[in-house]
Design a protein around this ligand. Structure first.
Ligand SMILES: Nc1ncnc2c1ncn2[C@@H]1O[C@H](COP(=O)(O)OP(=O)(O)O)[C@@H](O)[C@H]1O
Ligand SMILES: [Mg+2]
Length: 136
């Protein structure tokens, strides 16, 4: 594998069953992301951008099915066996910033505190050291 590729999505298909009807949401999607590269996926509302991101992180709703390969740092994220296995990667090495701030963020706490929570949990740092991650 090319060493500079950090994320490789191959032939990703996602479908959702709703009210007895199966709809294919993501059709045979493949792309690579290199270390340090920013990749933007652009498309109209409802075209499957969020479902693609959720499929990569294994966060799809129960009524969905997925096929394809999601290689991240040499590991197929679709093979993560249990919740602990998934948590070691998700939030620690790969994360998602959800679109809707009013449902994803708690307005009582600062954004910094909420970002820090993930760092404290995953990197086993205290809050002072975690803060140094973005205020070195
Ligand atoms: N939980 C769900 N159940 C059924 N259909 C869904 C669900 N979530 C998303 N969809 C459908 O999947 C399609 C893609 O949605 P989404 O990935 O959120 O689009 P985008 O992020 O590109 O706006 C849409 O047609 C949407 O209605
Ligand atoms: Mg979206």
């Amino acid at each position: 594998m090319n060493e500079s590729i950090i994320l490789s999505v191959n032939n990703l298909n996602v479908s959702i069953k709703s009210k007895g009807i199966v709809s294919q949401i993501v059709h045979d999607l493949s792309f690579d992301v290199n270390r340090g590269e920013i990749l933007s996926i652009v498309g109209e509302s409802g075209s499957g951008k969020s479902m693609t991101a959720k499929a990569i992180l294994g966060l799809l709703p129960e009524n969905s099915s997925v096929s394809g390969k999601v290689m991240f740092q040499g590991r197929n994220l679709r093979d993560l066996n249990d919740e602990q296995d998934a948590q070691d990667v998700r939030g620690a090495k790969i994360g998602m910033i959800f679109q809707e701030p009013m449902t994803s963020l708690n307005p009582v706490f600062t954004c910094g505190d909420q970002v820090m929570e993930a760092i404290v949990l995953h990197q086993k740092l205290n809050t002072k050291d975690a803060k140094l991650c973005w205020h070195p």
